[in-house]
Design a protein around this ligand. Structure first.
Ligand code: 0XW
Ligand code: MG
Length: 368
């Protein structure tokens, strides 16, 4: 399975529900996505995608992804696409960091290997456990009543798990959670995600004021140490997202008893291969696991949903249906959504059929 061509495209993906706001006034109008096609000598192409959320969410930005992929692509030509671990090590040797760029390449290698072997990503990454994964919908930051209205809309659309974006003014955040909790059925699972915007003072005030409400706390503070300080005095279930950027920090968090669950984002950790390693470490300690990404559409959604499907059902938290967040499509894909769950497309590789004509001319291409 010799890599004979690597082609890179861009796709702007506007949000269906308008501006997406999270803590600190950070906002985006859509995902600026980069799509990588890796073609074998036999003419089979695997696809991968990476899309940061603006340039403010993770240490990542769309132009950076394209520049880094441009550095890496020529060094992969002629290599065996099935040697995914080896190619990951090669990429790490050539370019330090920039996991968000490597993620699209790694994803394309899994897709190509799957297409060539006839096996789906869920099968290749351990075997599907069940047929579907739970979905959540994120409630972008707005006034409490507006968030409650949006929560009702998402519940009517079938979502059973909601992520309430907090992390601004604590009193308003308390009102946000109160309003959403009151607006949804009592069995709706709520996560409160501050995206690391609170200090320990704000976090403690929020925890005290919401003691009687049922929710999971997600990434209250930015630094590892602040979150650890909170953990030491709080019995609320705690999940970290932004902090979990590799195996090192995950092992430390496990040793410190810091987390009850983790959110693995493919772009943050460097792709499917590295996400699988973190997923497997988390399984060994019975942590609850979310696998998702920072953005993207059908290609990306199929990748993280496939990996989540091969995660033990009892440890799965939830994931997102990013292809439903945006108004454009980048592949034909048979995602089935029912009762707040999503069944990823089951075909070989990612199970998606990419039509590159929707991207226009490639940004660049390297060939043997
Ligand atoms: C809700 N998300 C998955 C979408 C954005 O990429 C950020 C992320 C989060 O957990 O904040
Ligand atoms: Mg989060």
């Amino acid at each position: 399975m010799t890599i004979s061509r690597i082609t890179v495209y861009r796709q702007w993906q506007p949000f269906r529900d308008g501006t997406y706001r999270c803590s600190g006034g950070r906002s985006a109008e859509g995902f600026d996505s980069t799509i990588v096609g890796i073609t074998s000598a036999k003419g089979v192409t695997g696809y991968g995608e990476t899309a940061p959320l603006g340039s403010f969410y993770d240490p990542a930005f769309a132009e950076g992804a394209r520049a880094a992929i441009g550095q890496l692509a020529p060094t992969l030509l002629g290599a065996d696409a099935a040697a995914i671990e080896t190619l990951n090590r090669r990429m790490d040797l050539i370019l330090k960091g920039h996991g968000y760029a490597k993620s699209a390449i790694d994803m394309a290698l899994w897709d190509l290997t799957g297409k060539t072997s006839g096996l789906s990503l869920a099968t290749l990454s351990g075997g599907g456990d069940g047929h579907s994964v739970p979905l959540y919908r994120s409630l972008a930051q707005e006034a409490p009543e507006a968030m409650a209205a949006r929560a009702r809309k998402y519940i009517a659309e079938g979502y059973r798990r909601l992520q309430v974006k907090v992390g601004l003014d604590v009193d308003e955040d308390i009102a946000r959670l109160d309003a959403v909790r009151a607006a949804v059925p009592s069995d709706t699972v709520l996560f409160c995600d501050a995206n690391g915007s609170w200090g320990t003072m704000e976090t403690r005030r929020f925890l005290t004021a919401t003691r009687n409400l049922d929710y999971v706390l997600e990434q209250p503070c930015e630094s590892y140490e602040e979150n650890l300080a909170i953990r030491r005095s709080c019995d609320r279930a705690l999940v970290l997202d932004e902090t979990i950027d590799g195996a090192d920090v995950l092992l430390r968090a496990i040793a410190d008893g810091l987390v009850d669950g983790i959110t693995i984002k493919l772009a943050r950790v460097g792709g499917v291969t590295k996400a699988k390693l973190l997923r497997d470490i988390a399984i060994a300690r019975n942590l609850r696991i979310t696998i998702e990404d920072t953005g993207g559409a059908q290609i990306d959604t199929a990748a993280y949903a496939g990996l989540l499907l091969s995660t033990p059902e009892g440890l799965r938290q939830h994931t997102v249906d990013f292809h439903n967040w945006v108004t454009v499509s980048n592949a034909r894909a048979d995602f089935r959504i029912a009762n707040g769950h999503m069944t990823p497309p089951g075909g070989p590789g990612l199970g998606v059929e990419v039509d590159t004509t929707v991207f226009g001319r490639p940004l660049f291409e390297y060939a043997l």
